[in-house]
Unconditional design. Sequence first.
Lengths: 261, 261
Amino acid sequence: MQKKPLILVSNDDGIDAPGLYVLAKALKKFAEVKVVAPSIQQSAVGHAITVRTPLRAHEFRRDGEVFGYAVDGTPADSVKLGIRSILKSKPDLVVSGINDGLNTAVNVIYSGTVSAATEGTILGIPAIAVSLEYTQHPDFEPAAKVAATMARFVCRNGLPKDTILNINVPAIPAGKIKGVRFTRQGRSRWDDKFYQRKDPKNRNYYWLAGNMRILDHDGDVDQIALKDGFISVTPIHFDLTHRDFLEKMRREWEGKLKFKL
Amino acid sequence: MQKKPLILVSNDDGIDAPGLYVLAKALKKFAEVKVVAPSIQQSAVGHAITVRTPLRAHEFRRDGEVFGYAVDGTPADSVKLGIRSILKSKPDLVVSGINDGLNTAVNVIYSGTVSAATEGTILGIPAIAVSLEYTQHPDFEPAAKVAATMARFVCRNGLPKDTILNINVPAIPAGKIKGVRFTRQGRSRWDDKFYQRKDPKNRNYYWLAGNMRILDHDGDVDQIALKDGFISVTPIHFDLTHRDFLEKMRREWEGKLKFKL
């Protein structure tokens, strides 16, 4: 009999989030699962890590049993500490989620869910991030099945180095999901603004609000696949080099730029 | 006479950091400069933004004059609040730095300095991030001259949409700098580990330590350009799609993956 794969599960909604629980349960059907996740909600933390203060971790119990380790830090901290210190052996896969809200388009940059997966790949482990479109009463079961199928597939077939699968699932009944689309990250902008208000002592404060505006409308884009009723799977990586423009700079800027130091 | 460009300056080392001061001074020679920066050190925050609590900003004075606005938040918060609320008009450029330490290879992902620049491009403003190699007694003047030359060039010639110039300067005397290289982001790994210790109450805590290991040794890579005595300029963007692998997935995975929901 083949050995069960070892999967590290994390998220950014915190270790007590229902999306994490449903995900861990689905993965346990074929894998050994270790949960290491932030002790509290860590949305929009981006790829933050804690370098100036120490980290703490404690066992987190659920239904009378140890469910995992809660880390007083960010999603990236949790995965790093999990792989480097808490787990006895190197995991075969990192799965992050299930996030309560999509991580598509420009939001991928702010996403703590994606960041936990990213930290896995930085440490050389294949990784998957899973997010479910926000609704008031989310049903994480279909997204957990998607995550489990994909996790099992990746454990068998692998992923290229430094590659993350960013999976987003539409919040529609399972029977209405049309299938999977392999997509690219869409372009978008936040039409955000700050509400300026006064506190009880009459001092200013600012509160961020706004909407994401989609700039890409092709069917092969993450957001549009979801709108069309598909699960979106985007392979992402963290080689941020803008290669086309690098070529252009080398051709056209070389002679024009003069530095006097 | 042409109108002076308006430049928003930020960083992640905090509004009182010497690198920021030297940068602002150099840019003031040809531009109107507005400083909006975190009130305290924000290293390794990645692209975090504050969404769950309000933000505060206050005038920061230096040498008896208003130097800029200090924001009780992250670098990305500072740039967002600066552009959306504090500045009276849209800036022509965002410049972030000068960071006291390089932001190359995998560190670009963790970098608050790059994150401030990224937030500029997310809001549609061209942006530059500037970092100086760490030394005990840094001289920010050469890096400030590089930043000013590049800023002036970008104000005149523009940048493609969603593109950031990530500039890293070696910590060698100005006369020894050999010139500029247009580079790509290098591959690297952190050989990090956690020191596990006991606090005075005998409870465990973990402290992160480690070294970055360079995996790319070509001359066109950021780290190697610096080692060779050049200023490294890498154009980066935040379309994270791994396009080559996306093609492969479409060709090879389509039939193999079966989801039961």
